[in-house]
Design a binder for this molecule. Structure first.
Ligand SMILES: [Mn+2]
Length: 424
């Protein structure tokens, strides 16, 4: 399914006058509009290859039809998103769900759609058909050496696939942990995991990064071997300069101050990547910004402030990725909403008057500091983000075009109603 550029232009034309009114208003209010538009245009969010199909819960999965049947079709779907919003120019692959059988062909196809390969993801949380050893009791932490070795080998294989595609980072998320007190020796589990990560780190090319993702609980419910940002940072520090902590918004206990974690990790130069989603209870994998938009803003505020303090490029300094699951929405619509929410929040964070905020902090003027932040958060930046998209050749209303052009209906016609994408 392709949407021709002239179709996008046609749809844009209808909304242009109303957009222009809104944009002129915000451009008159904001001091550094040109700079903000440049930053928004440069900012790209990677789409995970497993988010293009309908996800499931532990109770069931209800596919919506027209799901991509192959890596090629996944890339086509992301190409479509990127064409509409000009902000989804990257894909994050999961091995073994998306093994590129012909790397140069896959690379060429992605390039055609303006998509690059973001972080590669390994999978030692499931047993694959024909796999010799089971991960039932963990992978890198496992008490059996042969299981640990299998997990190490798998991660090294993922690096090889990534090299072929031009990726430059590996995300390791471990489901390892324990469900009951006494099941594990914590120190031994840590040491086994560290030693496995060291082996994988050794296989990492010099210009690659390794992201160590943490998660508070699930699938294990008593302990997790990389359970929080402190443990992840411990591994990253022991591993070396190519290893970083990755923050997934849903991987915390409720009410954790994630913006503070982000700030300190950036200070240490150890924040590597970011997984966007939202939650109300646990790792709910809901659309980012759908439940707690102010928290997302506060996180972005720290990201922008912390990256600026280190002179980092916002677009390339960290790995930006969506990691959500779509159980009741059309996955492509959900991804359009996700990217939009990220861009809006990023734009709001760029609006924060840093000088005023610093002044308020230095004077312990608490009310003034709060005003600065909330002024930015309460500013309607939709026209700014839309203008950045328009200038890049995208759609004023990506979701509007997606629906008007009946993309899902076309995909169902092309691919069938009963297709199921690889993934969870
Ligand atoms: Mn994640």
């Amino acid at each position: 399914m392709e949407i021709e550029k002239y179709k996008i232009d046609e749809h844009n034309q209808v909304q242009l006058a109303a957009h222009k009114r809104a944009f002129d208003f915000i451009a008159g209010e904001v001091k550094n509009t040109a700079d903000i538009l440049d930053k928004l245009a440069a900012f790209q969010v990677a789409i995970p290859s497993w988010a293009l199909g309908t996800g499931g819960t532990r109770f069931g999965r209800f596919p919506g039809g027209g799901e991509p049947r192959s890596l090629e079709e996944k890339i086509e779907d992301i190409g479509l998103l990127h064409k509409l919003n000009q902000s989804s120019g990257a894909i994050s692959l999961h091995i073994p769900w998306d093994i590129p059988k012909n790397a140069s062909h896959i690379k060429a196809l992605a390039a055609q759609h303006g998509i690059r390969f973001d972080a590669m993801n390994s999978n030692t949380f499931q047993d694959q058909p024909g796999q010799e050893h089971s991960y039932k009791f963990g992978s890198l932490q496992n008490v059996k050496k042969e299981v640990r070795q299998q997990a190490i080998d798998h991660n090294i294989e993922v690096i090889h696939y990534g090299k072929e595609l031009g990726s430059d980072s590996l995300t390791v998320w471990l489901a390892d942990g324990s469900c009951f007190p006494g099941q594990l020796n914590f120190r031994q589990a840590f040491q086994h995991t560290l030693s496995g990560l060291e082996q994988i780190y050794k296989a990492l090319p010099d210009d690659w990064k390794m992201f160590v993702e943490y998660k508070a609980f699930e699938p294990n419910f008593y302990s997790t071997t990389v359970g929080d940002w402190g443990q992840s940072l411990l591994y990253a520090n022991k591993l070396g300069p190519k290893a970083y902590t990755l923050v997934d918004l849903g991987h915390h206990h409720p009410n954790v101050n994630i913006e503070q974690i982000v700030s300190l990790l950036l200070m240490e130069g150890k924040l590597g990547g970011f997984h966007f989603n939202d939650s109300k209870y646990g790792d709910d994998d809901l659309t980012v910004g759908a439940i707690k938009p102010y928290q997302l803003f506060l996180i972005f505020n720290e990201l922008v402030e912390g990256m600026d303090a280190r002179g980092m490029n916002h677009a390339t300094g960290l790995g930006w990725m969506i990691d959500a699951s779509h159980n009741v929405k059309d996955p492509l619509e959900d991804l359009l909403q996700s990217v939009e929410a990220i861009m809006l929040t990023y734009a709001q964070a760029l609006l924060v008057d840093r000088r005023k905020l610093q002044e308020a902090q230095q004077n312990s003027d608490v009310a003034a500091a709060q005003e600065v932040l909330q002024h930015a958060f309460r500013t309607d930046v939709r026209a700014l983000v839309a203008e950045a998209r328009l200038r890049a050749g995208g759609a004023l209303s990506p979701l509007g075009i997606y629906r008007a052009e009946k993309v899902r209906e076309h995909l169902i016609k092309e691919r069938g109603l009963k297709t199921v994408a690889t993934g969870l």
